[in-house]
Each structure stands twice: as C-alpha cells, then as structure tokens.
Unconditional design. Structure first.
Length: 450
C-alpha cells in the first residue's frame, strides 16, 4: 500500500509539473483522457444547464402515456464523433429539430467553463451538423506548428489559430491582403514566416521596402526584384503592370474558345493554361505602405503614379497571377487619395496590436465589429498575436511561430536556385556583390551608398 501511495503521489506531481511547465506534454499524457471522460460523463447535464436541449416530441409523449411510462426527458444534440487532437478535442454534434448552430456558438463560453477547457469555438459543417473545437491549454502562448501541415501551391501555413488549427495564407482563394500593426507588434515575424513558406514554391517574390531595405534585403537571394526607395518602387510597379498586360495577352491567345473545346478547358487566368505556358506567379510584398503614399507635396506625380499602379494590380492582377501583400502601421484616408480604393480590394485582413481603435477600424470596420474589439484588446506583452479576417465577416485569433531573421535568411538561401529570372523585372534584381564593409545596392536604379 505504501508503494502504491508513493507511485500515486509521483504521478500527481508529474502531472502538476507538466501542466505548469509543459502544457502541451500534459495534454498529450494526462489531459486528453481526463477531458474526454469529463465531456462524456457530464454531457447531458451540461447541455441541459446551458439550455441546449429540446423537449420530447409529441409522438414520444403519446407513446409514454399509452405505455404508462414516465415522461421522457429533454434531449441534447446527439454526439456523432469525439476526436482527440494534439491541442484539444473535436466534438461533432447532430442538432435536434428546432436547434440552430447559433445556439451552440452563443453558449460556447458557458461550455468552456462547464467542461473546464481553455477555449471553445464552433462552426457549422452542413445543415444540422456542428463541429465544436475545444482547446485544452493556451496554444498561442508558445506556438508549436504541427509536424505535418497541408501544403499546396500558393497556400502557405503561416500561423496557429486559437482553436489549435493551422492558419493558411491561400493566395488563390484570397489574392490580396493587408497586414496592420504598431511597432514591435509582430508584423516582421509574420512577414518572415510568409517569405519562408513561399521560398520552396515556384513563385517569384518582389519586395518594396522603403526603409532602405533593412527588412527584406537580407532575404534578397530569393527575391526576383527589390526596391528600397519610392523612385525605384514607382518604376518596379510600372514594370509589374506591363507584365500583367502581357500575361493577359497570353491568356487571350490561349483561351481556345471554339465549339470543339469543352467549357472547362477555356482559359480565364494563368491557372487554366497548360503547365508549359503558365507564367510564374508573382507575390509583391510592400513592407511599409505609408512610405509610398505619404508625400511632402500637395500634388506629387510620383505618389499618384505609385498608388495608381497598386490599385490597378489589386483590381486586375489576380487573373495574371500577381498577388499583393501590403503591410503598414496605419492604412487610412489620411494617406491621401486612392488609399480607400486600394483597401477595398484587399480581401484578407490581419491586424496585430494597434495603438488606437481607429487603426483597428481601418482593418475590420467594414467587415466585423467583433474583430475590431478583439484587435484593440491584444495585450502589448503578447507580441505576435493578431486577428485575421476576410470579407465574409469571419475572424480568428492567430499567432505566427517565432522565426528569427537568421532562420528566414537560411531558408531563402537554401532555395535561392528557385528564384526565377523575369525579363520585365531584370533591372530590379538585387545585386549581391557587396562585401561586409560596402553595402550592395538593391537594384541598378537604387541610390549609391555614401
């Protein structure tokens, strides 16, 4: 008996230590079993307390009267499947007649407390079936991406959501995106994860970093074009517009609109073209958009030229395989004419910690008021936490895994041979001939170092 007591104390102490220091290990060893038992044992009473049950149907009441049996109890949603994951539990429920997925979503906070879970979110899979995802611990405190993620062309895993699922940046589904955040909020780490995820793919990376290239130039071996000042950026954007027009001419020539060709084979964008004719897709990363939009002159031709080119690429670039990834601290009308038109074309929205409510409204004010509230509640000490949403109104709390600049540089150097040479962007190809004592120019149009 003494040996059993000692073993029990050791197990309890180990569980407590893991829960304090390594919550992920605790969940995989002890937490998942205890949570599954807690959900199965208390499921009926919890659903009844949360008002998620329905009264018995008339035929069941009539059958009880005829057989002189007790009145049947109210029934909760039926459990179709309970699946443990590395971060929590996934509960698939079949709703009873009269119930709605909104009822489950509205009670998610009460379910979290009742089942002693860290977080509960739900989504409707199809009519009458709801998936409830429960997390057993704070997965965003120390982000660990799953060892295996689903990677497809132009679809990059960049962060982890608060429900334990992976957040993907899918360029074919959401061509253009805006990333906002104050200084030291985690935008640079998010951008590094994005570049590191795109580096192994067959894609051309184009960077515009008007902070003299300090953010993107270390990754230059994987970039087909870089600009570090507004003058070079204006010429680079004009070259991209020219490439877009040339790609459209190629699509027109290869559309194959004849009565003998099935409709499914008619080309409308680069992804409908044969592999040997398909142009290389281009992702344009703008590090600080305010440096392009702000100007000391009231009517600045260069500034208008830049904004006009960005708006054209945002409106027309998707079918030509040109995608925009724009970052900034603010993105409001104070940046001048054309900014709100550009923002309307950026479907994907990601907001890190912001300094005021107006900045959050710039990202989500026209999408979801709840996302605005969540963005302004991000604590300053939780660097990297962000709110990601799109034009559908849905949003998630995410956090990208910490990737140092050294790690991102190593990944880009490892895949440097994948950097395509695009004739239109050849003048802006970064020159990497500088030594440690003499910085190299980003392009031949960039100003010489002094």
């Amino acid at each position: 008996m003494t040996g059993f007591t000692v073993a029990l104390v050791l197990v309890v102490a180990t569980a407590g230590l893991l829960r304090w220091r390594r919550p992920a290990w605790y969940w995989l060893t002890f937490g998942v079993t205890l949570a599954a038992l807690r959900v199965l044992v208390h499921y009926g009473s919890v659903m009844d307390a949360c008002g998620l049950t329905v009264p018995p149907s008339r035929w069941r009441l009539a059958l009880a009267r005829m057989t002189n049996r007790p009145v049947p109890e109210s029934r909760p949603p039926r459990i179709l499947r309970l699946r443990p994951t590395r971060t929590g539990l996934v509960l698939r429920l079949k709703l009873r007649p009269g119930q709605d997925a909104f009822d489950i979503a509205a009670a998610s906070d009460r379910l979290r407390h009742s089942f002693s879970m860290y977080g509960v979110t739900c989504r409707e899979l199809r009519s009458g079936v709801v998936e409830v995802r429960m997390t057993g611990y704070d997965v965003l405190k120390r982000v660990q991406m799953p060892p295996k993620v689903e990677v497809r062309p132009m679809r990059v895993p960049v962060a982890l959501r608060e429900d334990g699922s992976v957040h993907y940046r899918d360029y074919r589904a959401i061509p253009h995106a805006l990333t906002l955040g104050a200084t030291e909020s985690g935008k640079s780490v998010y951008q590094r994860n994005l570049v590191a995820g795109l580096a192994p793919m067959d894609v051309a990376l184009v960077g515009i970093d008007c902070k003299q290239g300090v953010e993107l130039f270390p990754l230059a071996r994987r970039f087909s074009a870089l600009a570090d000042n507004p003058d070079t950026a204006a010429e680079l954007l004009d070259a991209l517009v020219t490439r877009m027009e040339d790609v459209y001419q190629l699509i027109r020539a290869e559309q194959r609109i004849t009565s003998a060709v099935p409709d499914a084979e008619i080309a409308a964008d680069i992804w409908d073209l044969p592999d040997h004719l398909r142009p290389t897709p281009v992702v344009v990363l703008v590090d600080e958009v305010a440096e392009l939009a702000l100007s000391t002159k009231k009517n600045d031709p260069r500034r208008d030229r830049i904004i006009r080119a960005l708006v054209r690429l945002a409106q027309l670039g998707r079918a030509a395989g040109i995608y925009l990834e724009i970052c900034g601290q603010r993105f409001g009308s104070e940046l001048g004419d054309g900014i709100t038109m550009l923002r309307a074309q950026l479907t994907g929205r990601t907001a890190h910690r912001v300094n005021d409510e107006a900045s959050a409204k710039m990202a989500f004010g026209d999408i979801s008021p709840d996302a605005v509230l969540a963005a302004i509640q991000i604590p300053a000490e939780m660097r990297g936490i962000a709110i990601a949403g799109d034009s559908t109104g849905g949003w998630h709390r995410i956090r990208a895994p910490h990737t140092s600049l050294r790690q991102a540089v190593n990944i880009c150097n490892r895949h440097a041979q994948r950097t395509p040479d695009l004739p239109e962007l050849a003048p802006f190809r970064p020159e990497l001939t500088g030594t440690s004592g003499t910085p190299a120019a980003l392009s031949k149009t960039a100003p010489a170092a002094v």
